[in-house]
Design a protein around this ligand. Structure first.
Ligand code: DP6
Length: 346
């Protein structure tokens, strides 16, 4: 990953710098739809696991404006400058916090460099790890001592799934809530595995945010999806509490397929699936009929992720390699929380 790690020498223009990292949060029960577009509050509850095998690293530098000039905050993903409007609400939230907690800090400009060891904007939850890492790095660079809850609320403004990535292990984000909650730590279900299949590296044409809004506005199934989601969440929490994959799996499957059903019914329809995605869905079905407890899920992109238990990983992996060509397979466990590696505050 190409994030500059050396901290700058202290100088008058620099307020602080920090490097942090975070893992994606993969939903077992999906968040899809917002209650309120401006504050980014989810309309459905979600239940997720933080993935240890994939990481986003972000470096933030906070500077005083040169000669008092008004300059924009800048975010570079893999070295490419991103559009300001995607990050503006997040930075507005961050400024509100610094105004309250460090009123003497004055005006500042944020520059962030972020890099991930997996494809971004391709349905692998890079916005979750991205905004979680950005939140931690911004807070550390500004010298704000924030609780995990405060970081979660800050990350949610950028991306609701990022509020879950602040914590390790299994997490929940309730409908209408502005913070995610940790449920069980990363070591709580030692045999739980997530197989991430990277099928396409390119970025998707339609962001999850745009797709979600289109679904809300014109899918006739949207209200049914919202109504059903609480029930799915309650049943999943029970199954997770019992570490019962045979009970959890069908609920995981219901959640992602019902989410996609609302997208297919939107106008124009939203179709992230590729032929290879469907081939894997069907292969999972075959493996289940042979006795494996393996359950697939998908997000806003063509990638497929599978949940299974440790003892089945080898057989499932061999089966995938045997039946489908050119698969990039990563085996993940529940991962740890976001963290700060390096900090320098003047
Ligand atoms: C399908 O969190 O990326 O991955 O809040 O608009 O940034 P915004 O959306 P985002 O959406 C994630 C949607 C999902 C399901 C999930 O992670 O719960």
């Amino acid at each position: 990953m190409t994030v500059p790690n050396n901290m700058p020498c202290k100088d008058n223009g620099i307020i602080g710098s920090a490097v942090s990292s975070a893992h994606p949060s993969l939903a077992l029960i999906k968040y899809w739809g917002k209650q309120d577009g401006t504050r980014n509050i989810p309309a459905t509850p979600s239940l997720a696991v933080t993935l240890d095998g994939l990481t986003t690293k972000t470096r933030v530098d906070i500077n005083r404006p040169v000669d008092g000039r008004k300059e924009p905050d800048r975010v570079f993903l893999e070295g490419i400058l991103q559009k300001e409007d995607r990050f503006a609400p997040f930075f507005a939230g961050f400024r509100k916090l610094t105004d309250t907690m460090k009123p003497g800090m004055g005006r500042f400009i944020v520059t962030a460099h972020s890099s991930s060891d997996f494809p971004t904007a391709a349905g692998l939850a890079s916005s979750a790890s991205g905004f979680a890492a950005l939140s931690c790095a911004c807070a550390a660079a500004a010298g704000l001592e924030l609780s995990a809850e405060e970081l979660s609320a800050m990350a949610r403004i950028g991306s609701a799934s990022a509020s879950r990535s602040i914590y390790g292990g299994f997490t929940r984000l309730d409908a209408g809530s502005h913070i995610a909650e940790p449920l069980y730590g990363e070591n709580w279900w030692p045999d739980f595995r997530i197989i991430v299949l990277e099928l396409e590296k390119g970025p998707k044409n339609l962001s999850s945010r745009q797709a979600m809004e289109r679904t809300r506005l014109n899918s006739p199934y949207y209200q049914a999806w919202i109504d059903d989601s609480e029930l799915l969440m309650d049943r999943s929490l029970d199954a997770l509490r019992g570490r019962d994959l045979d009970a959890l799996g069908p609920l995981i499957r219901n959640s992602y397929l019902r989410m996609f059903a609302t997208m297919f019914a939107a106008d124009p329809p939203i179709i992230y699936w590729k032929p290879i995605s469907l081939a894997i869905i069907q292969l999972c079905d075959t493996m289940r009929s042979e006795g494996f407890s393996v359950w697939e899920t998908m997000d806003a992109g063509p990638q497929v992720k599978l949940f299974c238990l440790k003892n089945d990983v080898k057989a499932i992996r061999n089966r995938l390699i045997g039946e489908l060509n050119d698969l990039n397979i990563r085996i993940c466990r529940p991962g740890g929380p976001s963290s700060v590696q390096n900090r320098n505050e003047t």
